[in-house]
Design a protein around this ligand. Structure first.
Ligand code: DGL
Length: 268
């Protein structure tokens, strides 16, 4: 790698929704993406486990020379961001705060819905972040664990997905929310069907888009025509990663390296 890259990690493939937005906004940057496909999902795991995995993932990115670490995973961002900020000597940004800022900016009636994994919802990270930004808001949350496998299955517009969305969002839709945060890497994949179910009066907030705004403030703009390199790493299941990645990115990932979960790859 010629330059220090932006490091992005996620529990698996879903964080490519964040990668995609960052790549679009920063075409000249090198990017290293790590998906912890051996240990996904993080959503139902305990706080300590998510923190431990997140530290290991960030250490790996540091070994790749990352100049900034983006935690694409909402669950890791909700649970491990503060810990990582304390440990690593580069800026570490998560997706929660950018998503919260965007929700507050977009909501007119201050009634905001949050959907995410069990870990993210349990942490109340979005609610805390939103009420810090604006005390005149009311936040309503719902964990939607089945959205992750539905997105991975490629069932973006399947009737089972529609029914599942209707079921999970039933209560939220009675709360008169005008904004709904997609608080999980996989949910932007289901965006179209979610929007159809909730109707056009509710604004969807995509944390993947929101995080690039924050990166914009940290990374200086560059005038160059040199296109940045992409480097993809996973901890398991390369073929499945490649298959889902091609649907998310609309292109093939040529080179994907598997790194072993052992001390050697994350200890400096
Ligand atoms: N990446 C996770 C998130 O954004 C979803 C998948 C998982 O549970 O690990 O919360």
């Amino acid at each position: 790698m010629k330059k220090n890259p932006i490091g992005i990690f996620d529990s698996g493939v879903g964080g490519l929704t964040v990668f995609k937005e960052i790549r679009k906004r920063f075409p000249y940057e090198d990017i290293v993406y790590f998906g912890d496909t051996a240990r996904v999902p993080y959503g139902p795991k305990s706080k300590n486990t998510v923190i431990e995995y997140s530290i290991q993932n960030a250490r790996f990115l540091m070994q790749c020379g990352a100049k900034i670490i983006v935690i694409a995973c909402n669950t890791s961002s909700a649970i491990a961001l503060e810990e990582l900020k304390k440990i690593f000597p580069v800026p570490v940004i998560g997706v929660i705060e950018p998503g919260a800022i965007s929700a507050v900016e977009n909501s007119k009636n201050g009634r905001i819905g949050i959907i995410g994994t069990e870990g993210t919802i349990r942490s109340k990270a979005y609610s805390k972040s939103i009420s810090k930004l604006n005390t005149n808001t009311e936040v309503f949350s719902e964990a939607c664990p089945l959205f992750v496998p539905l997105a991975e299955e490629g069932w973006e517009e399947h009737r089972v997905t529609r029914i599942t969305i209707e079921e999970y969002l039933k209560t939220l839709l009675q709360k008169n929310i005008d904004t709904l945060v997609l608080g999980c890497t996989h949910y932007p994949i289901l965006k179209k069907t979610i929007q159809q179910v909730i109707g056009s009066n509710i604004k969807l907030i995509d944390s993947a888009e929101a995080v690039t705004e924050q990166l914009d403030e940290i990374l200086p703009a560059k005038e160059t025509s040199i296109i940045g390199e992409d480097h993809f790493y996973v901890s398991d299941n390369e073929d499945k990663f490649k298959q889902i990645a091609s649907r998310i990115l609309n292109r093939k990932i040529e080179k994907l390296i598997k790194v072993n979960l052992g001390e050697s790859w994350y200890l400096s």
